[in-house]
Design a protein around this ligand. Structure first.
Ligand code: NAP
Length: 256
């Protein structure tokens, strides 16, 4: 049910973390994958890694804040692989972190641009290509931050990630009649370079604190998040659309 044979996918934020793990899993399940991020060298390494396991991927370096990058990703999927079935709009970053009174307007705008507007620009170009194909699956990476938890210093990130849930719902009703499903995943703490637990000044106490927030008392590996993305990308989730799906190890319900 989770086979992606014959499918074509775009994965943004594929140079690292969750996006990288999803691109590898998609390719392993038979999809041809257009992988994107700003760092070309990291993408080329991933193209080779996927090719070494008989998969097929093409790298397109660019910035999700740039609309021409969004159109280039879809054009690459169509020109190289014949169409577009799946888009995992995952690129994001926490951006400037500060209490609201100290957060710069430029920092606010940049975080919204990267995490929310970038996803909108992607979907704006992906949706028509999927409608032409007779259906598809769009997935956004939101977060528990801004949905089930308020975190100090993360107002712009929270607003952007909560905004993705609204975008998911609107797009799901717009795309439903044409067979395009649209969902958001809400990871908990994931062990990636973006995590605060991997910040240069983070000691073991930070990791212990974050782990303890989860009912499972640990953080996720990127491949654990990727498996839920695969479910949403594949026909196994054929009746799921407009959903915001927590993949958070029980962080949102844990009070211990
Ligand atoms: P990561 O390893 O730092 O990956 C982030 C990815 O986004 C990188 O591939 C990065 O590539 C790309 N990216 C960032 N800004 C970009 C831009 N302006 N244009 C194009 N690509 C950009 O972090 P991750 O944890 O896997 O994050 C993936 C997603 O999960 C993000 O949306 C993040 O907010 C979300 N998330 C993470 C956690 C967590 O605990 N780690 C929890 C909840 C949600 P380049 O630097 O090469 O451009």
């Amino acid at each position: 049910m989770t086979s992606l044979t014959g499918k074509v996918a775009i994965v943004t934020g594929a140079s690292s973390g969750i996006g990288r793990a999803a691109a590898i899993l998609f390719a392993r399940q038979g999809a041809k994958v257009v992988i994107a991020a700003r760092r070309q060298a990291e993408l080329e390494v991933l193209v080779s890694e996927i090719a070494s396991t008989s998969g097929e991927a093409v790298a397109v370096a660019g910035d999700v804040r740039d609309e021409s990058h969004a159109s280039q990703l879809v054009a690459t999927a169509v020109d190289r692989f014949g169409g577009l079935d799946i888009a995992f709009n995952n690129a994001g970053s926490t951006g400037e972190m500060a209490p609201v009174a100290e957060l710069s307007a430029a920092g606010w705008r940049d975080t919204i641009e990267t995490n929310l507007t970038g996803a909108f620009l992607g979907a704006r170009h992906q949706m028509p290509a999927m409608v032409r194909r007779g259906g598809g699956s769009i997935i956004f990476t939101s977060s528990f931050v801004g949905h089930t938890a308020g975190m100090p210093g993360m107002a712009a990130y929270a607003a952007a990630k909560a905004g993705l849930i609204g975008l998911t719902q609107a797009l799901a009703v717009e795309g439903g009649a044409n067979g395009v499903r649209v969902n958001a995943i809400l990871p908990g703490g994931v062990d990636t370079p973006a995590s605060i637990t991997n910040a240069p000044d983070a000691g073991p106490e930070v990791k212990a604190f974050v782990e303890n927030l989860h009912a499972l008392k640990r953080m996720a590996r990127p491949d654990e998040i990727a498996r839920t993305v695969l479910h949403l990308a594949s026909d196994a989730s054929s009746f799921i659309t407009g959903a915001a799906i927590l993949v958070d190890g029980g962080l949102s319900i844990s009070r211990t």
